[in-house]
Design a protein around this ligand. Sequence first.
Ligand code: MSP
Length: 521
Amino acid sequence: MDKRFYITTAIDYLNGQPHLGHAYEKVIADVIARSRRLLGEQVFFLTGLDEHGQKVQQAALSEGKQPQQYCDDLAKSWMSLAQKLGLTNDDFVRTTEPRHKKVVQALLTKLHREDHFYKAQHEGYYSPKEETFLTEKDRRPDGTFDPSWGEVIRLKEDNYYFKLKQHQTWLIDYIESHPEFVQPTYRRNEVLGFLKNNTLEDLCITRPAARLNWGIPVPFDSGFVTYVWFDALVNYASIPAALGDRVVVDAVGSQLPTPDSQLSLWPADIHVIGKDILKFHAVYWPIMLKAAGLPLPKQLLVHGFWQKDNAKISKSTGNIIDPIAVIDEWGIDAFRFYVLRELDIGPDGNWTDAGFAARYQAELANGLGNLVNRSLSMLKRYRGGVVPAVSNELKPVVEEFAQKVETAWRDNELQAALIHIWSLITRANQYVDQTAPFKLAKDPAQASRLDEVLYNLTEVCRIVAVLVSPFLPTTAARIYEQLGLRALPETFSAAQWGALPAGHTIGEPAPLFPRRDEVKK
Ligand code: MSP
């Protein structure tokens, strides 16, 4: 069984409604998944929900619901967001599912048996909001704790700890010798800086059940549930195990059921995550895997944070963007385009409604929309919609850009890929202005020149549809439909010049990106 290209997203806390940041990350992963499929890879794309822990338990309580009921009710709207975003995820994990819990418990059992844990009492300052003990280092210069920790209480309790100190050296060596492991490079440097300047504290991996019961029971001590991060990180491996991935099943435990299917997924090729959860993924997760005898994921692809109007996105101040409302107003492809074109994977970004509207008008409506609409309308008007003989005038430029886009896909440079595609669109729009087919059409002596121009334009539209398809799947499908072609191609070889045959009759041209005030009608 061939190993698939396995890509994951962070799993979102189920303690509220999805916002822009959650949607952005899922779109990044989806575009990478789609582009890799187009390049011929067998892909497995996993996303899902992080349902245990204090945050979720508190949210359930505040609504007067049992946590499981609360999660079941809310999970539906998150799953429908995945659909609304056009995600092509192959599975959707919920950490309250038995298939996940079994693997977490098997892993705990194994690591406990192999002496990676110890039980100890700890007394200190604790942030219930962030579910973590604080240290002296967390104090501000004036001695207080930052309000972002919420209420800080004094707490004394027994827990199990994961011995991390022995892992510090190999982890530094690993990150040093695998530059691709954490991307972009400045995030890698951040992790290395942290590891080189601090001694790793052992990680508390349990919570006393008397205080927090909404978690996976610890199999070797019924007085405890699993710390939510130890539970959540394991999702990346629990789903492969549930689908019969031998690498995980063999490492984690013989007590796991062996399913009929036998997908080969682990190690993950890419974990797409936000910068705030880098330490969990670049420090704790590799150590958990190494202790379990599992290979490390190949790459953490770390994106930045969105703000709106230069201020933090926050429910309490009302500074939020509801991705569903934006999609309902502007269409799914406009949303996907804006977030990936506006913000490269890495730095922080700033959403403005005016910026969104400007990109919609300039790049989607006037750029791509105009190219396709005028090209197909002219073919319809001047040649009855019948494709003329193959002509190769734009072939070199299209090949050059298709090559650049392919390279950008392989490097996960999604913003760069969009910039290349739009350079090609601009070039093709200039070609219309330079060749002036509307003038050629008036002169019967120019009939064969008009044929050439129309072929080049129609073929550019088709290839642009293939190139935009991972980003704008709905639009790409509509261009293919307007071209009178069958379903969008599934392989990148369709982007080769000349595949549009002479004599083919196209379908009906229609605007792809109507004016904003017409979108809603
Ligand atoms: N449940 C944990 C992740 C566990 S992964 C094993 C969590 N959940 S979260 O809901 O708080 O965040 C989910 C993802 O959304 C994270 O990758 C986070 O970085 C991302 N974002 C949350 N707010 C964001 C922005 N404002 N902008 C961009 N992404 C942000 O952390």
